[in-house]
Design a protein around this ligand. Structure first.
Ligand code: ADP
Ligand code: MG
Length: 348
């Protein structure tokens, strides 16, 4: 027997698969996703619409069960937990922030009452509720507005109340699904800074899904999801002044301990058996089809296109073939397609 000397990362997804059944068809929303996060990490998740980001949040938050693979949070295997254990996990250990604040908040209650509500449900006493709700509203920068009703607050303020509500029951994991999706970029910045502050203050492991380009500047790591798999990750590194000379630079910041520079390193993620997904833009640029040649170099491995196995460009169907396809799939201009089925009006 191997001794489990180390607990391993806080979050581990290994070959994670989620299949939704819609009618007779199956949608594979997560296709063998790999992800790990350390306790206290602050991670951004990006990816095109439909790539599986929300599915991943729902699985990690215990709202949805994975179909296969491994999803472990704080040593709890989410695939194996009983229904009641999974419910308890979701209620007691996870905080959610959604794009629509209405999913977290009650408009006719004040900010303070909203934050206290989950604690009331959990059976906390009055004193405990007051002090923790007060501290949380202070932490999200809304102490002065605590007696305002939600309906009197701006979208950005409401979202910060929603963050406080998500933390009311002291979760160990905070999941936010496009929390900046409905606000302008200045407000988005404030929201991202709020998440960062809470992450630092409480050592709270935080995963944020966002389309916001600014996110890389706030988080420790950005993971990109493509077609239900983790494809690349970008790690943010702060380099202090003497080291910072030379090399590529993406952004500069003036820090408290003098000047420092922020560098981003992008990596391609390999799955547990060593497969990697080449970004489509690289495949296109180097005309890489279904095979690559590898060459060992002193510093690493070079991937090269194979002659005659480049990307196959789909040939346009002949007009005859095109007409034979179902109407919705035909490539001819819409008007041309409709002429075949609409009654023809003859010119007089
Ligand atoms: P994202 O959040 O990145 O836009 P989602 O996780 O919402 O992506 O969706 C990933 C894929 O799974 C999409 O093809 C979507 O249509 C499908 N999907 C998501 N949720 C469901 C569901 N409840 N039932 C059926 N298909 C779903
Ligand atoms: Mg989504």
């Amino acid at each position: 027997m191997q001794s489990p000397a180390k607990d391993g990362p806080f979050i581990v997804c290994d070959n994670l698969i989620k299949i939704y059944k819609v009618g007779g068809a199956e949608v594979m929303a997560l296709q063998g996703l790999e992800l790990s996060a350390e306790k206290g990490e602050f991670m951004g998740i990006v990816g095109a619409s439909g790539s599986g980001k929300t599915t991943l949040m729902n699985v990690l938050g215990g709202l949805d069960r994975p179909t296969a693979g491994k999803a472990v949070v704080n040593r709890q295997d989410l695939l194996r937990l009983s229904d009641s254990a999974l419910n308890r996990y979701r209620r007691e250990q996870v905080g959610f922030v959604w794009q629509q604040t209405s999913r977290n908040l009650i408009p006719y209650l004040t900010a303070l009452e909203n934050v206290e509500l989950p604690m009331t449900v959990a059976g906390k006493n009055w004193g405990e509720k007051r002090s923790w709700a007060g501290e949380l509203l202070e932490a999200v920068g809304l102490s002065a507005r605590r007696h305002h009703k939600l309906a009197q607050m701006s979208g950005g303020e409401q979202q910060r109340v929603a963050i406080a509500v998500a933390l009311a029951n002291k979760p160990i994991l905070l999941l936010a699904d496009e929390p900046t999706g409905e606000v302008d970029s200045a407000t988005a910045r404030i929201i991202l800074e709020t998440f960062r502050r809470l992450n630092r203050t409480y050592g709270l492991t935080t995963l944020i899904v966002t389309h916001d380009q600014q996110v890389a500047g706030h988080v420790d790591r950005v993971v990109a999801i493509r077609d239900g798999k983790t494809s690349t990750e970008t790690i943010r590194q702060v380099v202090t002044a003497p080291q910072a000379a030379g090399g590529h630079e993406d952004a500069k910041e003036g820090g408290q301990e003098g000047r420092h520079e922020v560098r981003y390193h992008e990596y391609i993620v390999l799955d547990s058996v060593g497969r990697l997904q080449l970004p489509p833009e690289y495949r296109e640029r180097f005309n890489i089809g279904d095979r690559v040649k590898i060459e060992l170099q002193p510093g690493g491995i070079l991937l090269k296109a194979v002659e005659g196995r480049g990307l196959v460009k789909k040939e346009a169907p002949s007009e005859e073939e095109d007409r034979a396809r179902p109407l919705a799939k035909q490539r001819r201009p819409l008007l041309g397609r409709l002429r075949n089925v609409l009654p023809v009006r003859k010119k007089k």
